[in-house]
Write a protein that binds this ligand. Structure first.
Ligand code: ZN
Length: 157
């Protein structure tokens, strides 16, 4: 049995679908989170949403630690993430996506966000993010809503 998922890529229609909330973080969801983390580390990437592994529940994982530079892993697992506050200040950063190989582009988003979610233990938790983590969590939540970073670019082209 494989310890990781296959990552689906554009134009797979699952990437355009809306994922549904989990009723609770049970053993199956925890196992999914662990397997998604393994998939993300293997890719390698810094964030992965359920849609990208062909699952349509609201689960995402992230880890911004630079393992190639010897930093210890800092995995973040979220179920049912919800942005409860965002700054008026905006931030532009280059983004890429494991489901859109070889494409990178500057994306403008709120600079800081506060996110409410269920953690891997099923407890209500909050994350306040800025910089890369803020872009990453917004990018992954977009995935759960069927939105890709390239969807923001059409107006610029
Ligand atoms: Zn992505």
């Amino acid at each position: 049995m494989s310890n990781s998922y296959d990552i689906i890529i554009v134009p797979d229609p699952v990437l355009k679908q809306t994922a549904q909330p989990v009723s609770k973080v049970d053993a199956a969801v925890q196992k999914q989170m662990d397997k998604m983390l393994a998939t993300m580390y293997e890719a390698p990437g810094i964030g992965l949403a359920a849609n990208q592994v062909n699952l349509l529940n609201r689960v995402l994982v992230m880890d911004l630690a630079r393992k190639d530079e010897g930093e210890a892993p800092t995995p973040i697992c979220m179920a049912n993430p919800e942005i409860i506050w965002e700054s008026e200040e905006l931030s532009v950063m280059q983004e890429g996506c494991l489901s859109i190989p070889q494409q990178y582009a500057d994306v403008e988003r709120p600079a800081r966000v506060r996110v409410k979610y269920l953690n891997r233990e099923g407890k209500q938790d909050e994350l306040e993010a800025d910089g890369l983590l803020s872009h990453c969590v917004q990018h992954e939540i977009d995935h759960l809503n069927g939105v890709l970073f390239v969807d923001y670019l059409s107006s610029l082209k």
